[in-house]
Design a protein around this ligand. Structure first.
Ligand SMILES: [Mg+2]
Length: 409
């Protein structure tokens, strides 16, 4: 049987509206996600789908610029692809980890479609039919059009979490924090814990706290049903100091995002739970390799979300399906979206879980009308700076931060 060869690659940046702008310690997602959809075309007519965060002309050009690397490449040759695009010494000059991830998703999609197998079967087979997710709660600005969706107070946060639980069935709740002063957020987090005594929790201030603040805050939540304490402070050494003083497992998606850092963390432990992101780690297979290492050294893992539409979500579902050591729920921003660019629209949560796609490849199809619609919307509204907050134009975050947002503003 003739194996497919890559003949072309296309990248299309889209903007898809969120229910409301999501606030973080660094700034905000300004009411929309900007994502770049990648289509890798082969001489057999099979097209593989990939997705990358951010976008615009620079992302579209960056993917186009890799055409000379990809034309004629056999999508099965995934290790060769890795070295073509991400050779570790060449990467000092041009770090293409995230570009590689999107192309790897597309190649796995092509391989699966060619063999008529779902991607999870290329990863060792599925161990579960659905992947559980946490509620992923954010402090939010109101939607600029409707004025709805603001979350600033503990009462608003608990009300939103209750509504999400009723709608989607979540049994674990993640608070993205680091926006307001620690004591204000402590009250909000403890209110969540009180509202859901049978559910588990996780707190993630995106490394905004000093080591000393992270220890003080960690001690103040030790009695709660925490899954883990995610990136309370910056850096492996900071996380190690927190871990020495707080009796909650630490977790990160910031300072262990490649195999070198994972090795360093094993030799001198700072983080207990490694949050695997199919984009940050450079692909689904890199996450599988990291999970294997974590299994050997008995580190925890979970599936991280750096923002996703349905293509990226599919990569998280196939990864989640194939990971033997996945005991925590995954994160997804997905339920904050108003729409999706895959056929069938937004995927549904049932009992806090999303079904793993069973079709060949990633098991999802691109809705071309939606792609056109949201590419047009992107041209209309443009991108946004993730590290700025539209309500605080002169502010930028420090690490550690002390310049908190004012909840009464
Ligand atoms: Mg995080």
């Amino acid at each position: 049987m003739k194996r497919p060869k890559i003949v072309d690659i296309r990248a299309t940046t889209v903007a898809v509206p969120l229910e409301a702008p999501l606030r973080t310690s660094n700034g905000a997602h300004w009411g929309r996600f900007i994502r770049t959809v990648v289509e890798v075309e082969t001489d057999t007519g099979l097209i593989g789908l990939g997705e990358m965060g951010g976008g615009g002309e620079s992302a579209e050009l960056a993917f186009g610029g890799l055409k000379s690397y990809l034309v004629g490449h056999d999508p099965f040759d995934l290790e060769a692809l890795r070295f073509k695009i991400c050779n570790p010494t060449a990467s000092l000059y041009n770090n293409r980890t995230q570009l590689h991830a999107a192309i790897e998703f597309a190649c796995l999609d092509i391989i699966g479609k060619f063999l008529n197998l779902p991607v999870y079967d290329l990863l060792g087979g599925k161990l579960r039919d659905e992947v559980g997710f946490a509620s992923y709660l954010f402090f939010r600005h109101p939607n600029s059009q409707t004025g709805l969706g603001e979350i600033k107070t503990a009462d608003q946060l608990v009300a939103e979490a209750k509504a999400l639980k009723a709608k989607h069935g979540f049994t674990s709740h993640k608070l993205k924090s680091g926006v307001f002063a620690p004591n204000y957020e402590l009250e909000a987090y403890r209110a969540l814990a009180a509202a859901f005594p049978d559910d588990s929790l996780r707190f993630d201030p995106n490394a905004a706290y000093s080591v000393e603040e992270a220890i003080r805050f960690g001690k103040a939540i030790e009695d709660l049903n925490n899954d883990y304490y995610e990136d309370p402070t910056w850096g492996l050494n900071g996380m190690r100091r927190v871990r020495e003083s707080v009796r909650i497992p630490t977790a990160t998606n910031t300072v262990v995002v490649n195999h070198e850092q994972l090795a360093a963390n094993i030799l001198n432990p700072a983080v207990d739970v490694i949050l695997l992101d199919t984009t940050f780690w450079g692909g689904i297979r890199s996450c599988m390799k990291a999970a294997n290492t974590c299994e050997t050294f008995q580190l925890g893992i979970a599936v991280h979300s750096s923002g996703e539409l349905g293509i990226q979500l599919a990569t998280m579902l196939h990864l989640g399906a194939a990971l033997p050591n996945l005991v925590f729920t995954a994160d997804a921003h997905y339920h904050h979206l108003q729409d999706d660019i895959i056929v069938g629209g937004l995927k549904r949560y049932v009992n806090g879980k999303i079904a793993v796609p069973m079709g060949p490849g990633l098991g999802i199809d691109l809705d071309r009308d939606k792609l056109v619609q949201y590419a047009e919307y992107y041209r209309e509204v443009g991108g946004y700076p993730y590290d700025r907050d539209p309500s605080r134009p002169d502010w930028f975050s420090l690490v550690p931060n002390t310049r908190w947002a004012d909840p009464s503003a």
